[in-house]
Ligand binder design. Structure first.
Ligand code: FES
Length: 96
């Protein structure tokens, strides 16, 4: 094992895109396009963050769920309309 840490990104944004196939509420069904919208907005804002798709974060009933790491902050009930607020919060957290 060797350290492959890089300094390009100051944070990661994890967007749950899990889709449950049993019909229960799941983020991927509730917010299609959320990750792409967040990724584009972070890029346009020039923020050094990486936006990633993730599976279930065990907050399905409160989803769609987005996490900021390493801040360990989770947001629930996120919609594409919340993207500007998330950009502002990320700016605040990483000091950009
Ligand atoms: S499906 Fe997104 S938190 Fe469970």
């Amino acid at each position: 094992m060797h350290d492959i840490s890089q300094k390009t990104y100051k944070a990661f944004v994890l967007v749950c895109e899990n889709v449950r196939d049993d019909g229960r509420q799941s983020c991927g069904v509730s917010a299609p396009g959320l990750r792409a919208a967040l990724k584009e907005a972070m890029k346009q804002a020039g923020l050094p963050v990486r936006v990633l798709s993730t599976s279930c974060m065990d907050h399905c009933k409160e989803g769609p769920t987005v996490a900021f790491m390493p801040m360990n902050i989770l947001y629930g009930d996120v919609s594409i309309d919340d993207v500007p607020v998330l950009i502002a919060k990320m700016r605040e957290y990483i000091g950009s």
